[in-house]
Design a protein around this ligand. Structure first.
Ligand code: SF4
Length: 375
């Protein structure tokens, strides 16, 4: 059995070099990759086509210049970075790019996309809870549109059986990710925050069955490890992403361990399985409409605060850190509601700004140090 260190090194290598992961996949299978724009997409459809769904999460600390001509300076930093990479040709080898358009920035991105890969744009239903049957039918139709466009672009047939198989593979991966997250929470001194992040992020760049196999091995190694000393504070984090790595390092320096995450790039993708339905596209549609607790998945009942408070209790955490993507309107609109819910429940919390472009972190360091002292 490989050691924890060896396995984490492999995950890190993949998380830090998606291009190599894509090239390796091409060499192994002869098939290409389909870009998945943040944040939510029924990736199982791409997987069922035999292609590699690959997350497009921008780059850390990237200087933005060309993207400024196409996006306003107040577009979120992750999309500035994705646009810059696109203009540099980083995504030209993709066979297609799939966009969901839940916010103004993504709508704008889908209209200004100039990459050579054909784009497939789809919409998730907004009124998901109070008109669920109609929302399921609408969402299924959008997913059928993705499937048909992919079949045309890639020249493949995506069968019902392949789709059902892909859903099962994704559910197995989600279960392994949940187990990993819980194992890390139970032994918070063992795995560094950077490493936790890299293990989860790697799932965006590898076939899920491979990620699952490696992750199961890592989970067994963690179970066999001794309890590591930990005298810090346990936190629950929420937001779109928790990058650059420097932010995680600052959390680590101040003794924070993440025991549950509500991040769009991480836990929101695996906290819920896709339940069986005879029609696999309907299964995916129903899963979307049942998904809770994200500002991009509209729900007038605003259950996110309650979910974070429940997680805080379940994992015996000390505080919530809201990691607000700079200029992310949907998350910003929900923050005042969260704030009220935290205050009412007496939850200790802090909000920090996440800016992928950032290379200077002194202000953040001071705020996190102060918060650690307050706790
Ligand atoms: S980070 Fe927020 S504003 Fe940016 S693309 Fe995602 S949802 Fe839209």
């Amino acid at each position: 059995m490989s050691t924890i260190f060896e396995l984490i090194s492999q995950f890190k290598a993949i998380a830090d070099d998606p291009k190599k992961a894509m090239d390796d996949f091409k060499k192994e299978t002869g098939k290409g990759a389909v870009g998945i724009m943040p944040v939510y997409c029924p990736e199982e459809i791409v997987h069922a086509a035999g292609y590699l769904p690959i997350g497009m999460w921008g780059a850390q600390g990237k200087q933005i210049s060309k993207a400024r001509t196409l996006l306003p300076p107040f577009a979120c930093s992750i999309m500035q970075s994705v646009m810059e990479l696109q203009l540099e040709g980083a995504y030209d080898e993709l066979d297609a790019v799939i966009f969901s358009v839940p916010c103004d920035t993504l709508k704008c991105m889908s209209q200004k996309w100039k990459g050579s890969a054909p784009q497939i744009v789809f919409t998730h239903p907004q009124n998901r809870k109070h008109a669920q049957t109609a929302a399921n039918v609408f969402c299924r139709a959008e997913y059928a549109h993705i499937k048909e466009e992919l079949e045309d672009i890639l020249g493949v047939k995506i069968t019902k059986k392949a789709l059902q198989n892909s859903i099962a593979i994704y559910n197995e991966n989600r279960a392994a990710c949940r187990e990993f997250s819980d194992l890390v929470a139970a032994n918070p001194g063992l795995i560094k925050l950077r490493d936790r992040h890299a293990v989860i992020k790697a799932r965006w760049f590898m076939p899920k069955e491979k990620h699952t196999a490696m992750l199961k091995e890592l989970n067994e190694a963690i179970k066999a490890a001794d309890k590591a000393p930990f005298n810090g504070k346990k936190v629950v984090v929420s937001g779109i992403t928790l990058e650059p790595y420097d932010v995680l390092d600052i959390f680590e320096e101040n003794g924070f361990a993440i025991v549950w995450d509500d991040l769009a790039q991480e836990g929101r993708n695996f906290r819920q399985d896709v339940a069986y339905d005879e029609d696999p596209l309907m299964a995916l549609a129903k899963a979307w409409n049942a998904f809770d607790g994200c500002s991009l998945a509209t729900d007038a009942d605003k259950p996110k605060g309650g979910m974070l408070i429940d997680a805080l209790k379940k994992y015996d955490a000390d505080a919530v850190i809201v990691c607000m993507m700079k200029f992310c309107d949907p998350e910003e609109f929900d923050y005042p509601i969260l704030l009220l819910q935290f205050e009412e429940a007496g939850v200790k919390h802090i909000q920090v700004e996440i800016d992928q472009e950032s290379t200077s972190f002194e202000q953040l360091r001071t705020r996190i140090q102060t918060f650690a002292e307050v706790l």
